[in-house]
Design a protein around this ligand. Structure first.
Ligand code: GLN
Length: 487
């Protein structure tokens, strides 16, 4: 492997600018790495070599002309395969979209291309982003680069594994209930879910529209902050997009955090927490004390309901969003139907995998007349209570802290037959989506088997600067971020 692939985006940018390597060489090196690991890891659904090299050539031309380069120009990036890149396949890891070619770019894709970021491929995921282990992909599983017997986390498992294994330096994922933060923690990298509305969802295949948000993966906090800067901003094509100026997160990364008030979420430090994760989080708390932060305990009494609330709202929204996949306009259509109704039912029965079907059925039930008030309406009311818990907490503290997940990456197959056990892995991440607040996972150590542990930080809406600052300070007080998966 080319040693530069192991470096951060910031360092790669420097190497490009100083002509130590050309963008075409760096991108080509990334493809060599991908080819070397493809069978072992299963990270990508498809590669977009032509687009990537075309972008890299543009970077090299600019460098040759001594022109100013955009922030992350020339740094190889993996796109989760539920985001559109015109002319490439966008499958959401589902049979129903197996041969679907995007006719247009997502807004984030447009921004990446304008910033000359080479997109190397479309990363594998749980079908329609539903899952926590990437075992729900209709095509193949993704393996954790730290231990090939374990899952990388989901649903953005391909994105996380690509960055952890240095196939790509950056990646984008989508986070509806933890799908960026969980795989980031399982793969020992940084993953960040922005405030709802910060990043345009135009061109992202919708799962649960009131919860979905696109965000960055990287091996350093600084790289994640820079990537968010590139992809965020108002977009008239997404009616939930916030009309606010793009922030310069990198300018605040090194701010002093003396006196920063950090609340440790009481409910996430007790039940079901693995001993090694608990120890790592305690160590992180000590590190923050040394950095001058003030630590207090905070209770979020309604957080225990968040999984129940999420699995009503997310399934209700997905049952509606996925109604469009009916074989009429695009995607898979059953070849053996005698009537229109049979065409619909067979297309969906043959095209969707078991987890997606389970979600559609749960959501349809929760929205059905007679049950709507008992389930959907109640869940909406409870969502407001969870949000209120955060509003109260942030009156007392600047940011909140918890483990990203009560355990580290589990073995392949361990939870595959037990949906409830799988759903429980999201206990710490889901509430941030319900409240629309930003959350980040940063590496904070390893368990007894050498598997990475993630620390979750949460901030009030629109305070991503504070989040990046606190995470960067912690990251640089340790060397976890310098330890890479040995693969
Ligand atoms: N694991 C959660 C689910 O299965 C979250 C997925 C996500 O954030 N996309 O729904």
């Amino acid at each position: 492997m080319n040693e530069l692939l192991k470096k951060s985006a910031t360092e790669q940018s420097k190497a490009l600018r100083s002509k130590e390597i050309s963008a075409v060489e760096l991108t080509t090196a990334a493809f060599e790495r991908i080819n070397e690991l493809d069978e072992k890891l299963g990270t990508f659904n498809s590669l977009t070599k032509e687009t990537a090299l075309e972008t890299a050539r543009k970077v090299d031309e600019k460098i040759a002309r001594n022109e100013e380069l955009p922030l992350l120009a020339g740094v190889p990036l993996a796109l989760k395969d539920n985001m559109n890149l015109a002319g490439s396949r966008t499958t959401a890891s589902s049979k129903i979209l197996e041969n679907f070619v995007s006719p247009y770019n997502a807004t984030i894709t447009e921004k990446l291309l304008n910033n000359l970021v080479p997109i190397v491929g479309k990363a594998n995921l749980d079908e329609f982003a539903m899952g926590s282990s990437n075992e729900n992909s209709a095509f193949r599983k993704v393996y954790n680069p730290w231990d090939l017997k374990r899952v990388p986390g989901g649903s953005s498992g391909g994105s996380a594994a690509s960055v952890a294994s240095c196939e790509a330096t950056l990646a984008l994922g989508s986070d509806t209930g933890g799908s960026i933060r969980l795989p980031a923690s399982f793969c020992g990298i940084v993953g960040m879910k922005p405030t709802y509305g910060k990043v345009s969802r135009y061109g992202l295949i919708a799962f649960a529209s009131s919860l979905d948000q696109i965000g960055p993966f990287a091996r350093t906090v600084e790289d994640a902050a820079n990537l968010l800067e590139v992809i965020s901003g108002h977009d008239p094509k997404d009616s939930t997009s916030l009309n606010l100026p793009v922030e310069r997160y990198s300018e605040h990364l090194s701010n002093d955090i003396h006196g920063l008030k950090i609340g440790v979420i009481k409910e996430l430090m007790t039940e079901g927490l693995s001993e090694d994760v608990a120890k790592a989080v305690e160590r992180a708390i000590d590190d923050y004390k040394k950095l001058g932060a003030q630590i207090v305990e905070i209770s979020l009494p309604n957080i225990k309901h968040s999984i129940g609330i999420y699995y009503i709202l997310a399934t209700a929204e997905c049952s509606s969003n996925l109604a469009r996949f009916d074989g009429v306009k695009y995607g898979y259509r059953t070849p053996n139907a005698q009537s229109l109704m049979e065409m619909y039912t067979k297309t969906r029965a043959e095209g969707f995998g078991p987890e997606v079907k389970r979600r559609i059925m749960l959501g349809t039930y929760a929205l059905s007349s007679g049950y709507y008030d008992a389930y959907y309406k109640k869940a909406q009311q409870m969502r407001a209570l969870v949000t209120q818990d955060f509003i109260e907490a942030f009156k007392k503290v600047d940011i909140l802290l918890s483990p990203t997940c009560p355990n580290t990456a589990f073995k392949m197959g361990e939870k595959a037959d037990d949906p409830l056990a799988m759903y429980l892995t999201d206990i710490a991440t889901i509430s941030a989506n319900l409240a629309g607040i930003p959350g980040l996972s940063v590496p904070c150590g390893f368990d007894r088997d050498g598997m990475p542990i993630g620390l979750q930080l949460l901030a009030p809406q629109l305070h991503e600067s504070k989040l990046f600052n606190a995470a960067h300070k912690f990251e640089r007080a340790n060397d976890y971020y310098l330890q890479l998966a040995k693969i």
